[in-house]
Design a protein around this ligand. Structure first.
Ligand SMILES: [Fe+2]
Ligand SMILES: [Fe+2]
Length: 379
């Protein structure tokens, strides 16, 4: 049930208050009475009022000051104020208008005039209340929807992060299935993929593509799964026939990863196929030269060889990092893209931090190691 429309009658003359109150009650309004402006404000602070009728001349607080206070209070300013004054009091009427009063009534008021003014002002107040209510509801709804949307986005971001982490773990596990048959250590893939991403960042490759490298480079040697153990695990020099078979791991890898239009697998396939191509055209399987080699293949070559050089293998110890960086530099323009070598050497510190982060064996240099390292770098 809706609240009865309430009129606050303010006048220091009890006879006037009673007369007006009686008229309004007959019209069905709920009425409240105040004998001063101060008392009117007290009532307004704790009761809901739709129209205030204000006498001008009152002792404790006059109608002008009361109007000023009502109209300057954001919680009250929408309540219509009607000044009730004598016809001869035009100066006060003008002052009240300037204070924000909404209407006037002559004293003593005529029934018809009182009814008409109050009715129209009650409607104005109801309209204001409706609009305020509507606006508040709208703000609440927008706020609620925004919270829901934010929660959903946070959940989505979390799920996405979890999915990425688990995808990367899956890639490492599956790729290691191939690598484990080789001499690579279990952290080789983590190091070389992070080296690749760091190198890509230095060369200005966009973040999304760098992330793609982090996920796809671990699959570079996935084709080794199709190479017999007798060749894969041979520590000595391969016979020409064995060497040709060994080179096939790039093509086998590409075959494993082909057949999908998914950008991720397309990139992984490119890397598997081209990570042994060399800048001067002496690499395999196709002898591509310079920028004919896709950039992801060129990046993987630098990262993969550097990690092979700096890692202990059954047939060799790890090279000191200075020597490994020197060997990379020697391959500038021959094995590797010159610009990538320059970029790689300019982020040495970051590369060494990554090496430390995924380290599993101490760096011990042994003179006998170089031939073995070069063997891996070519396979
Ligand atoms: Fe390889
Ligand atoms: Fe590798």
């Amino acid at each position: 049930m809706s609240r009865p429309e309430t009129i606050l009658v303010t006048d220091d003359d009890p006879r006037i208050r009673e007369t007006i109150t009686e008229m309004l009650n007959l019209e069905g309004y709920r009425t409240l009475q105040a004998e001063s402006g101060a008392q009117a404000l007290d009532i307004l602070a704790c009761d809901e009022v739709d129209v205030v009728l204000l006498d001008i001349n009152m002792e404790v607080m006059d109608g002008l000051e009361t109007t000023r206070r009502i109209k300057s209070d954001p919680s009250l300013r929408n309540i219509p104020v009607v000044i009730v004054s004598g016809m001869d009091d035009s100066e006060s009427r003008i002052a009240a208008l300037q204070m924000g009063a909404d209407d006037f009534l002559n004293k003593p008021p005529h029934l018809a005039e009182l009814k008409a003014r109050v009715r129209s002002l009650v409607k104005v107040k109801a309209y204001h209340d409706y609009m305020l209510n509507y606006q508040k509801k709208l703000e609440d709804t927008v706020g609620e929807r925004t919270r829901e949307l934010r929660n959903t986005l946070e959940e989505l971001a979390l799920a996405n992060r979890k999915l990425k982490t688990s995808s990367l773990s899956t890639i490492y596990c599956l790729s290691r299935a191939a690598e484990y048959r080789d001499e690579d250590t279990s952290t080789h893939l983590q190091r070389m993929s992070h080296y690749s991403a760091t190198l890509a960042e230095k060369t200005g490759i966009p973040e999304a593509d760098r992330e793609m490298l982090l996920y796809t480079t671990p699959m570079h040697d996935i084709g080794k799964i199709g190479i017999p153990d007798s060749i894969l695990r041979k520590t000595g020099k391969l016979l020409p026939r064995e060497w040709l078979l060994m080179q096939e791991h790039t093509i086998i890898g590409a075959k494993i990863l082909e057949g999908s239009s998914d950008e991720f697998l397309v990139k992984a396939r490119t890397i598997a196929l081209t990570h042994h191509e060399k800048w001067d055209g002496t690499g395999y399987p196709r002898g591509l030269k310079g920028e004919e080699i896709p950039v992801e293949g060129r990046i993987t070559a630098v990262a993969d060889v550097f990690d092979a050089l700096t890692t202990k293998r059954p047939y060799k110890d790890a090279f000191p990092t200075d020597r490994a960086f020197r060997i990379i530099l020697e391959g500038r323009g021959f094995h590797f893209d010159p610009a990538l070598v320059d970029a790689f050497l300019s982020v040495k510190d970051e590369i060494l931090r990554t090496k430390e982060r995924f380290s599993e064996v101490p760096d011990i240099f042994d003179e006998r190691g170089e031939t073995g390292a070069k063997l891996h770098a070519d396979r």
